[in-house]
Design a binder for this molecule. Structure first.
Ligand SMILES: *Cc1c(COP(=O)(O)O)cnc(C)c1O
Length: 238
C-alpha cells in the first residue's frame, strides 16, 4: 500500500470529477479517515499535504490526537453519545455527526463550558436506513430553527453516509437530495451553508458531481484495513 501513489490517484480522480461538474478542484477537500490507523501513518499522510482528518470514536481519537502533530485538524464523524460531548468539543475542530436535537443541545452546553464555539454539520439519513444514525429530512427541517438558536453551535452544513453499493451511480439521488436539502436549510436560516460532507472511497466521484465539498476517504488512501492490526487505544493508554 503506497500512500503517495494512492493520494496521487485520488487527486487525479477528484480533478476529473470536478472537471465533469465544471467545479474548481479547490472547492473539494479530502478528509482523511484515520480510524484504525496508527499515528505514524497519520503523520505520513500529513506529510503528503493532507490537512483534515476524521475519527469516528472518541476513545480512539483521544488516544491518537495528542500523539500527532498539533497542526493537524480533526473532525468527529461517528455517532456521539451525550457523555462524550465534552471530549468531542475539546478534541475536534468540527463535529460532522450531529444526529439529534438532544445531542446538539448537549454539544452546545459543553461548548459553553469550554468557552468555545463549535462548528458542526447536521447528519442526515436521507433514505431512512435503520442501521444508520441521522435526522430524516423532515426531522432536520423541523429541528433546524431550534438548533440554530443554540448560541455556541455554528451550523456549517450537512453530512450523509450513503447506502453501500457496488454501483455508485445508484446513490446519485441520495447526494442530490442532500444538496437540495442544504438549499432548503439555507432558505430557512437565511444564510449560506458552505459544507456538504458526502462521498467515501467507493462513491466520492458521484458525490463531487452532485456538490460535495468534503469527501471522507479511508480505504482509498490507507488501503483495506486488516482489523487485527488496527490501532487499539488501550495499547497506548495502559
Ligand atoms: C470509515 C468512514 C468513512 C471512510 O470510508 P472508506 O470507504 O474507507 O473511504 C467515511 N465516513 C465515515 C463516517 C466513516 O466511518
Amino acid at each position: 500500500m503506497d500512500l503517495a501513489a494512492n493520494m496521487k490517484a485520488l487527486e487525479t480522480r477528484i480533478q476529473a470529477a470536478c472537471g465533469r461538474a465544471h467545479r474548481d478542484k479547490a472547492s473539494v477537500q479530502i478528509l482523511a479517515v484515520t480510524k484504525g490507523q496508527p499515528p505514524e501513518r497519520i503523520q505520513a499522510a500529513a506529510e503528503l499535504g493532507l490537512l483534515v482528518f476524521g475519527e469516528n470514536r472518541i476513545q480512539e481519537a483521544k488516544a491518537k490526537i495528542g500523539r500527532c502533530a498539533s497542526k493537524l485538524r480533526w473532525h468527529m464523524i461517528g455517532h456521539l453519545q451525550s457523555n462524550k460531548c465534552r471530549d468531542a468539543v475539546h478534541f475536534f475542530e468540527m463535529i460532522q455527526s450531529v444526529d439529534s436535537l438532544a445531542i446538539a443541545q448537549e454539544i452546545n452546553k459543553s461548548a459553553e463550558n469550554a468557552a468555545k464555539t463549535m462548528a458542526v454539520l447536521l447528519e442526515v439519513n436521507v433514505v431512512g436506513e435503520a442501521s444508520k444514525f441521522g435526522f430524516s429530512p423532515e426531522e432536520l427541517l423541523a429541528h433546524l430553527p431550534a438548533i440554530n438558536t443554540l448560541r455556541k453551535i455554528e451550523i456549517h452544513g450537512l453530512m450523509t453516509i450513503a447506502p453501500w453499493t457496488a454501483e455508485p451511480e445508484k446513490v446519485r439521488p441520495v447526494f442530490r437530495q442532500l444538496r437540495e436539502l442544504k438549499e432548503q436549510c439555507e432558505g430557512i436560516l437565511g444564510a449560506p451553508l458552505p459544507q456538504l460532507s458526502m462521498g467515501m472511497s467507493g462513491d466520492f466521484e458521484v458525490a463531487i458531481e452532485e456538490g460535495a465539498t468534503l469527501v471522507r476517504i479511508g480505504t482509498g488512501l490507507f488501503g483495506t484495513r486488516d482489523r487485527a492490526k488496527d490501532f487499539k487505544p488501550d495499547s497506548v493508554l495502559s
